[in-house]
Design a protein around this ligand. Structure first.
Ligand code: FMN
Length: 189
C-alpha cells in the first residue's frame, strides 16, 4: 500500500529536564524511517502551554490565546499520533493531559498508538490515556509497546529488548492502516 501523504507525529509526553521520553521517542522515530508514512517528533517541551487557560471549551473552536492557536497549527496537519507516555503516580503526565485538553477538532477522527514505559510498562498510564483519547475522538489501536524501566533502559537511554522492535513495527503497521481509514472517515463528514 502506498501512503505517501500520511503524516504521523510521535508525541513526547514528558517534559522533565532529564527524561526517558526523549530517548524513547527518538527510538520510535528512527525505527519508523523508511516506512510508507512521514513520521515527525512533536516534543511538548517545544510547545509550552500554561495550565488550560482558554475561556471557552476546545470543542467550540474558539481559541483566544496565541499559544493555543500555535499548538493547534502543530497538531492539525497530522493524520495520526504515537503517544510516548511515562507513568506518573499511576496516571498519565499532567503536561500530556493538558496538551490534549487544549484542542478538539485537531484530534477528532484520527488514529493513535501508545508507547508506554514505567516500572511495570506504564500500563496504568496507557489505560488512562486510552480513556482520554476515546473522549476526543481518536481511534487507538489495540497493539501497544510497553517498555520496562529496569529491563529496557540504560539510565535515561532506551535499550529495548529485541522483541520490542518487532512489536513496534507491527504496531506502526496497524496505526498506518487505521490512519488511512480515519482519513477516509474525516472525508466523509
Ligand atoms: C512524578 C513521578 C511519578 C512516578 N510515578 C510512577 C508510577 O506510578 N509508576 C511507575 O512505573 N513509575 C513511576 N515513576 C517513575 C517513572 O517511570 C520514571 O521516572 C520515568 O523515567 C519517567 O519518565 P520520564 O523520564 O520521561 O519523565 C514516576 C516518576 C515521576 C517523576
Amino acid at each position: 500500500m502506498s501512503l505517501p501523504s500520511l503524516r504521523i507525529a510521535v508525541i513526547v509526553g514528558s517534559t522533565r529536564p532529564r527524561r526517558r521520553g526523549e530517548s524513547v521517542a527518538a527510538w520510535v522515530h528512527g525505527r519508523a524511517q523508511g516506512r510508507d508514512a512521514a513520521y515527525g517528533i512533536v516534543d511538548l517541551r517545544d510547545h509550552p502551554l500554561p495550565l488550560l487557560d482558554e475561556p471557552a471549551a476546545a470543542s467550540t473552536g474558539v481559541y483566544e490565546h496565541a499559544h493555543t492557536r500555535a499548538w493547534s497549527e502543530v497538531i492539525a496537519p497530522y493524520d495520526a499520533f504515537v503517544f510516548v507516555t511515562p507513568e506518573y503516580n499511576h496516571g498519565l503526565p499532567a503536561a500530556l493531559k493538558n496538551a490534549i485538553d487544549y484542542l478538539w477538532s485537531e484530534w477528532q477522527d484520527k488514529a493513535a498508538a501508545i508507547v508506554s514505559y514505567g516500572n511495570g510498562g506504564g500500563l496504568r498510564s496507557a489505560e488512562q490515556l486510552r480513556t482520554v483519547l476515546s473522549c476526543v475522538g481518536i481511534a487507538h489501536v489495540r497493539a501497544q509497546t510497553t517498555l520496562n524501566n529496569r529491563d529496557d533502559f540504560d539510565g535515561y537511554a532506551v535499550t529495548p529488548n529485541a522483541h520490542h522492535e518487532h512489536g513496534l513495527d507491527a504496531m506502526l503497521a496497524d496505526l498506518e492502516r487505521w490512519a488511512v481509514a480515519m482519513r477516509e472517515a474525516r472525508g466523509a463528514r
